[in-house]
Design a protein around this ligand. Structure first.
Ligand code: C2E
Ligand code: MG
Ligand code: MG
Ligand code: MG
Length: 289
């Protein structure tokens, strides 16, 4: 019996290894495929931006938009950012792609401003872009070319981007702030920035991660964490936005806890630039009723 058991274990081990390496191959192949296709996609301009409104739930005003990249591949169709941003990041392609996002979002924001629909424009910055020494000059050039008032741009960063070399990160944050740009910490609560650092980061806004919001009002822990993040943001005089808000109950819970700016499917998914004006009109009608 012992022999048989050992034989089985070995066979299983071999199989496991076999499957494991097959999976690795598949993952490596997909990565390589995406990497190659990304280079082509940048040249052929296969990307679009969608914009998700950030709404003040009390006044029903749109306070801003988050620009989210969309890749429409000619054969694969829509490829979500979670499938390619990390690869763009690892290969450095994100610097070029990110510069395009910045320019496109600022260009669209100035169009909105011309239509009397001001508001912030948030874009997601990747770690590589944040550390890039050309970031400051890229930002100033884009502001000039697009006529974007810098204070309307919000750059979203994550805790992990700030926690590696904290002193260098703080210095870079100050350089960005000198341009007049606002800074947000995205996915707040999922990384681990210590509270003492948080006070030293010259940031303007925290975005409560969707993972804390999604099970409100069922999950007592998540409700306590969310309330604590909001209270802390207020103590530090930071604005706070709740991400991934999908239900009326969530809006009400957030209001009770003094968080009025929300972003999520409850008000709108990310939408094409051409749909933004219509969204604002619909929200105005709700405001009046
Ligand atoms: P993120 O910055 O945290 O963006 C929020 C994500 O949540 C978006 O996913 C958005 O579509 C989704 N979302 C918004 N409201 C809801 C909701 O009510 N329910 C649910 N289930 N989801 C909601 P998306 O567009 O797939 O983007 C995923 C991530 O990819 C972003 O997370 C961001 O980290 C990254 N990303 C997107 N665009 C860019 C970009 O231009 N540059 C960089 N560096 N990263 C980007
Ligand atoms: Mg974001
Ligand atoms: Mg987020
Ligand atoms: Mg995220």
């Amino acid at each position: 019996h012992a022999d048989l058991a050992m034989y089985e274990a070995k066979a299983k081990g071999r199989n496991t290894f076999h499957f494991y390496s097959q999976e690795l191959d598949a993952a490596a192949n997909e990565r390589l495929y995406i990497e190659n296709e990304l280079r082509i996609a940048i040249k052929e301009r296969q990307f679009r931006l969608h914009y998700q409104p950030q709404v003040n739930s009390k006044t029903l005003e749109v306070i801003g938009y988050e620009a989210l990249i969309r890749w429409y591949h000619p054969e694969q169709g829509f490829i979500p950012p979670d499938k390619f941003i990390h690869i763009a990041e690892a290969t450095g392609l994100i610097v070029e792609l990110g510069a395009w996002v910045l320019e496109e979002a600022c260009g669209f924001s100035t169009q909105l401003q011309a239509m009397g629909k001001a508001g912030n424009m948030s874009i997601n910055l990747s770690a590589r872009q944040f550390k890039d020494e050309r970031l400051i000059s890229t930002l100033s050039e884009v502001f000039k070319r697009t006529n974007m008032p810098p204070h309307l741009l919000h750059l979203e960063l994550t805790e992990s981007m700030l926690m590696g070399n904290v002193e260098a990160a703080i210095a870079q944050l100050h350089e960005i702030k000198k341009l007049g740009v606002a800074l947000s910490i995205d996915d707040f609560g999922t990384g681990y920035s210590s509270l003492s650092y948080l006070k030293r980061f010259p940031v303007d806004m925290l975005k409560v991660d969707r993972s804390f919001v999604k099970d409100i009002p069922e999950d007592q822990n998540d409700m306590e964490i969310t309330a604590a993040i909001i209270a802390m943001a207020q103590k530090l005089q930071l604005q706070v936005v709740a991400e991934g808000v999908e239900t009326k109950e969530q809006v009400e819970f957030l209001q009770k806890n003094n968080c009025f700016i929300v972003q999520g499917y409850f008000y709108s998914p990310p939408i094409a630039g051409s749909e933004v004006a219509a969204f604002c009109e619909r929200l105005k009608l709700k405001q009046l009723s």
